[in-house]
Write a protein that binds this ligand. Structure first.
Ligand SMILES: *Cc1c(COP(=O)(O)O)cnc(C)c1O
Length: 397
């Protein structure tokens, strides 16, 4: 097993390939075993082992937490049952009357959770456009938040927030920053290196990458924060199942390869889409014309594998496009929510991920009725381009 200096010494592929390898003293198993036991015996009277009860601690879960913390250059990670549980865990750091400032276009589940917590008066919430640097300086100074939540790139329009800038403005008013890094994974963006205190993941997406485990992680920069979060995770009982951690670590071993290939394909597909006549707009931070391009180029090590596009025409054209793209037996895209798996997906935010928003709010957020979000998988980029081209042809027949 690696010691604490490993995360500075080795690259990300090395860290995740070797995480927990050859660490079993009982049998010398090369891949780490999964520990399912709910309880652990004491050595003897009043002599506790590192683990006693699995709600509070489990070796398999801890191994994943450590591996993800190495990738994010953090101290340690708490593994939770879902991405939403990870967000709610981070919010346990807030007390009554504390203010959380969150992005106005955050993940829909996060928006729902924050509205519910604010309604319960667990803490106060203000939604703001964190991509607007001048306005947020004013807002932070007057509102004095205790915590700022960042999510970049945003969903589904892939707007970019300048993490280092928001972190420094938050620090000036004594606020912590938590970054939801789900859309890029630690392979493409490392918020703790940019000064953030906490990184949150839905490991359901790129980290597991195989669309078969729902899970989350909260990785802290400091020991002090990690211990507070681990205390709350045990208190509330929101830790992930050991078997899910085992599967997620197994999935994460190929994350650098997957994310690299998916990012490369997305770049080629975005270029292809831009040249198609049936499209009004392509949202992809890799384009020089994207308003967040320069910040993305600076703070990310790749532009990610998500693309959104606006189909020309009305609902008839949109329907024909999606039916051809996702509805045939040999379709290469599935009409489904979620993202970050090995399989390519197409989602229609207005009737799927963002259906709970009222139409007027959607319009204000820039989410048009003909917007389609793509999560690019591991199929050949040429095949995916051909499928998109064919669907566009059908859309305007
Ligand atoms: C999916 C997602 C979540 C929620 O994660 P679950 O694992 O579905 O609970 C939170 N934030 C972002 C950005 C997501 O994409």
């Amino acid at each position: 097993m690696f010691d604490d200096t490993a995360k500075e010494k080795f690259g990300k592929s090395t860290l995740i390939a070797r995480a927990g390898i050859d660490s079993d003293p009982a049998h010398g198993s090369v891949t780490p075993p999964v520990f399912l036991s709910t309880n652990y015996s004491f050595y003897g009277y009043s002599k506790k082992r590192p683990y006693d009860y699995a709600r509070g601690g489990n070796p398999t879960r801890d191994m994943l937490g450590k591996a993800l913390a190495e990738l994010e250059s953090g101290y340690h990670g708490v593994i939770t049952a879902s991405g939403m549980a990870a967000l709610d865990l981070a919010f346990q750091l807030l007390e009554t009357d504390d203010l959380l400032i969150a992005p106005h276009d955050c993940y829909a589940g996060t928006y729902r959770l924050l509205c519910a917590r604010a309604w319960q008066r667990h803490f106060r919430v203000t939604f703001a456009n964190l991509t607007d640097g001048d306005r947020i300086e004013e807002l932070f100074t007057s509102a004095k938040p205790a915590m700022v939540l960042i999510e970049t790139p945003s969903n589904p329009l892939l707007r970019i927030t300048d993490i280092a800038r928001v972190v420094s403005l938050a620090k000036k008013v004594g606020a912590r920053t938590a970054v939801d890094n789900t859309f890029l994974s630690p392979i493409l963006q490392k918020p703790l290196k940019l000064g953030a205190d906490i990184v949150i993941h839905s490991t359901t997406k790129y980290i597991n990458g195989h669309s078969d485990v729902v899970g989350g992680a909260v990785i802290s920069a400091s020991k002090e924060l990690h211990e507070r979060l681990a205390w709350w995770a045990n208190c509330v009982g929101l830790a992930g199942a050991p078997f899910d951690s085992f599967l997620t670590l197994r999935g994460a071993r190929t994350m650098p390869l997957r994310v690299g290939r998916q990012t490369e394909s997305a770049g080629a597909i975005a270029e292809f889409l831009r040249k198609q006549p049936g499209i009004d707009a392509v949202y992809y931070p890799g384009f020089k014309t994207h308003p967040g391009h320069d910040i993305a180029a600076r703070q990310q090590s790749g532009f990610g594998a998500m693309i959104s596009l606006e189909i020309k025409g009305g609902e008839k054209n949109l329907r024909a496009f999606l039916e051809t793209l996702t509805g045939a037996e040999d379709s290469l895209f599935s009409l489904a929510e979620s993202l970050g798996g090995f399989e390519s997906l197409a989602a229609h935010p207005a009737t799927m991920t963002h259906a709970e928003m009222d139409p007027e709010a959607r319009r204000r957020a820039g989410i048009g009725d003909n917007l389609v979000r793509l999560s690019i998988g591991l199929e050949e980029a040429d095949d995916l381009c051909a499928a998109l081209g064919q669907a566009l042809e059908h859309a305007y027949q």
